[in-house]
Design a binder for this molecule. Structure first.
Ligand code: HXC
Length: 517
């Protein structure tokens, strides 16, 4: 007794047909362009031999526009689960060789099933997008299919991490599945993502533009802020996926993969002291501070090309995973503006959803003054940061390095906004505004009435600075946990992190807050 040879051969033939997708010639053409196939992407992503494909024998059921009698192997998408660095993950990859990877009813069902499973089992989802969008022949079935995927992206949001790689075209409403996920990586040179392409824009509005300007990785990364990373090629995109995974828990009821060192290194770092400029007007090099704070300088910066006045990303501090949010005084003096507020607020929400402790590094002179900022809604956008910090229940440790002025300081999480610990360097300046501005407002009359207004102003500025441009006034009032030397920062934050890791904070039950979006 044994299974019939014919049945074995039938299965092998079907498997081979699914694997070849749109045909060897199409794969060869892609290979010549340096593009990976859907299966190559998944093979590179998962540990060898661990990928279990689901729905390999799926096919379309469309009877319109010459589709009847045609086979669409796998219905244009490869889906399944496997191991990545020992952790189970779900992934799908559009197969562009099959009808341009376009999404039909069964294609959408496969992705929806995968998302349902990821949600049920608490595993992260990775999507490799390379598709012409809605399968035109399937009409409303394709639209309904997108609806079912979007719906599940939203149900999975905040439950399991979702990462999208855009490795080819991603046009129209199709861009909204990646947009509903947590992180988007676009591949340089081979991908684009847009709602309306240049032709449509010109036809409707008369405006001329190029794809580079609206849909390229650079436009999405640096102008619109739609995406988080640009990868050099497919292999690099997969590397970024794995790096992200190394900092993330598989779901919202797990802790991130902390690897706390058994003995906390309490030594000081004199190089950190050396980073503080003598002159308070010379900007602090925040990226250097971050790289000395995290283990081995290993910092995964998110949205590095967007709103560079704010730096956000993941690292570990003596093994504990943290999300770092830092003003960058090297760009726009580190002011908070619309884009940097959006960038930080979204990152804070992600960290809170997935139990990642937050370390905030403050050197902020205020909100960015400007007509565009006011008319663009800096009030609404800045409020997102206040909302995100106050709503976050993960450990929150704030370190004031230099300026901590006005509402912008609150938007960077002071004690009253919910920080568990607030440390300040001796160079910390905690005030409603800078000494010069404050003096001009407070002592306008005295300065004008003085026989030497300049000297009077300088004297009053010095007086204000002495009072408020130190951390001690706030420390006196219990607003500061401790004043620490820059060189002590890493060891102090390490200890603080350990003591806050057991934090459990509950909030009043509600459906959800009404965050100012
Ligand atoms: C069916 C499609 C398709 C689609 C491509 N193909 N897109 N089939 N539905 N949406 C097929 C082509 O007919 C072709 O089939 C094969 O895929 C490869 O396409 P090419 O055009 O030869 O490739 P290329 O020159 O690389 O151009 C790729 C492309 C282009 C830029 C993606 O195909 C294109 O513009 N497609 C249409 C994109 C689009 O408008 N989609 C709808 C978006 S709106 P053969 O048999 O020749 O190999 C949308 C709404 C979603 O998605 C709404 C959600 C709410």
């Amino acid at each position: 007794m044994a299974i019939q040879k014919a049945l074995i051969e039938q299965l092998e033939t079907k498997r081979a047909a699914a694997r070849i997708g749109g045909g060897a010639d199409k794969h060869e053409a892609r290979r010549k362009k340096g593009l990976m196939s859907a299966r190559e992407r998944l093979a590179a992503f998962f540990q060898e031999g661990t990928f279990q494909e689901w729905g390999m024998h799926a096919d379309h059921d469309c009877h319109n526009f010459g589709m009847e009698g045609k086979s669409v192997p796998c219905d244009g998408v490869v889906t399944g689960v496997g191991l990545v660095d020992g952790r189970t993950c779900a992934a799908y990859a559009h197969d562009f060789t099959i009808n341009g990877g376009s999404l039909g009813r069964i294609h959408a069902l496969k992705i929806s099933n995968l998302l349902d499973y990821a949600l049920k089992t608490g595993i992260p989802v990775f999507g490799f997008n390379d598709s012409g969008g809605a399968r035109i022949q399937e009409g409303d079935d394709a639209l309904a299919g997108y609806g079912s995927v979007f719906f599940r992206n939203v149900q999975a949001s905040g439950v399991v991490p979702q990462v999208a790689v855009i490795a080819g075209p991603c046009a129209g409403g199709a861009a909204y599945s990646p947009a509903l996920m947590d992180f988007i990586i676009m591949v340089k040179g081979t991908s684009n993502m847009f709602i309306c392409g240049p032709e449509v824009i010109q036809a409707v509005t008369g405006q001329k533009c190029t794809m580079d300007e609206i849909g390229s990785p650079m436009a999405n990364a640096s102008v619109s802020g739609n995406i988080h990373f640009i990868a050099d090629n497919d292999a690099h995109a997969i590397e970024i996926c794995k790096k992200l995974l190394s900092f993330l828990p598989s779901n919202n009821v797990m802790d991130p993969p902390h690897h706390p060192v058994p003995h906390i290194d309490l030594s000081t770092d004199p190089e950190m002291d050396a980073l503080v400029p003598d002159d308070s007007k010379t900007p602090l090099d925040m990226p250097k501070v971050i790289s000395r704070l995290v283990d081995n300088g290993d910092f995964l910066e998110i949205q590095a090309l967007f709103a560079k006045n704010m730096v956000v990303g993941f690292g570990r501090i003596q093994g504990v995973v943290v999300g770092i949010i830092a003003n960058n005084p090297l760009v726009k003096a580190g002011c908070l503006d619309i884009d940097s507020s959006d960038k930080a607020a979204r990152f804070i929400r992600f960290c809170n959803a997935f139990n990642v402790p937050i370390v905030t590094l403050v050197d902020v002179p205020g909100f960015m003054p400007g007509v565009q900022q006011e008319r663009g809604g800096i009030i609404r956008h800045g409020a997102k940061m206040l909302f995100a910090y106050a709503a976050a229940t993960v450990p929150k440790i704030t370190v004031i390095l230099r300026k901590a002025y006005g509402g912008a300081f609150l938007a960077m999480c002071n004690r009253e906004m919910g920080a568990d610990m607030v440390y300040a360097w001796p160079t910390g300046e905690i005030a409603v505004m800078g000494a010069e501005g404050a003096t001009k407002i407070l002592f306008k009359r005295e300065i004008l009435a003085d026989k030497d207004p300049k000297a009077k102003e300088a004297e009053l500025v010095a007086e204000y600075r002495e009072k408020f441009c130190t951390p001690y006034e706030a420390a006196k009032k219990g607003m500061i946990t401790d004043v620490i030397l820059p060189s002590e920062t890493r060891s102090v934050v390490s200890l603080a992190l350990r003591s806050t890791l057991t934090k459990r904070e509950t909030r009043p039950a509600k459906k959800h807050g009404t965050m100012p979006l």
